[in-house]
Design a protein around this ligand. Structure first.
Ligand SMILES: [Zn+2]
Length: 72
């Protein structure tokens, strides 16, 4: 599984293994504070803040069929 970097306001930076299909963490598993995912190795990227809303509204699971081959 890939390892992602997150930053917790309380605990600081940490890494966690997640499936590539898993939703990004929004809360620190340790203290429950909000976390941000750090993308890539240059962590200086500033997220503009409007990308995070309402990911929870899309819970339809298309698991399995998405990556199936539609090649024919
Ligand atoms: Zn924390």
């Amino acid at each position: 599984m890939p390892t992602y970097d997150y930053r917790c306001e309380q605990c600081g930076k940490f890494q966690i293994e997640q499936s590539i299909k898993a939703k990004p963490l929004t809360q620190c598993p340790t203290c429950g504070n909000p976390v941000r995912r750090l993308i890539g190795k240059n962590v200086n990227v500033i997220l503009k803040g409007s990308g995070f809303y309402s990911t929870d509204n899309r819970k339809e699971s298309t698991t399995g069929k998405d990556s199936a081959d539609k090649a024919s």
